[in-house]
Write a protein that binds this ligand. Structure first.
Ligand code: CTP
Length: 132
């Protein structure tokens, strides 16, 4: 039984999010997703996500390819989460390439190519331009 784990905000859930989660799930038997808390996002980006963590969790949890979701409270707790969920493989988009190599002692680290031309930031910009 191979357990895959990944992390993200998954705000304004979009096609790129779906693709990385499906590809991550296909690397193992179970997929665990850490969703960054509203507080963590505020600390990192000085703004709250558009969707609350409750909404972001509900959306990701409803996906067929996802086994379980949990709240990522702090970026410093990655190693604890990997151990807690007994992960075999850590998957991240290649915008994070190299950033998680420190965990190679306990998991296989895989960086998957991002889906081109879509991101939460691009969606927010498009919506803002339309409403100007
Ligand atoms: N992701 C992806 N392809 C995209 C967008 C995101 O594979 N086009 C992946 C990221 O690499 C990450 C996960 O989806 O592993 C969650 O990304 P997140 O940061 O929540 O979404 P983004 O759309 O990248 O958000 P932002 O624009 O705020 O950075």
């Amino acid at each position: 039984m191979k357990r895959v784990i990944t992390f993200g905000t998954f705000d304004l859930f979009h096609y790129g999010h779906l693709m990385i989660l499906e590809r991550a799930a296909n690397l193992g038997d179970e997929l665990f997703v850490g969703i960054s808390s509203d507080k963590l996002n505020f600390a990192k980006k000085a703004r709250y996500p558009i969707y609350t963590q409750m909404e972001r969790i509900a959306i990701v949890k409803a996906l067929k390819c996802v086994t379980e979701v949990f709240v990522e409270q702090s970026l410093e707790l990655k190693r604890e989460y990997l151990l807690k969920y007994n992960a075999d493989i850590l998957v991240m988009g290649d915008d994070w390439k190299g950033k998680f190599d420190e965990f190679k002692d306990i998991v296989e680290v895989v960086y998957l190519p991002r889906t081109p031309s879509i991101s939460t930031t691009i969606l927010i910009e498009k919506i803002q331009i339309k409403n100007m």
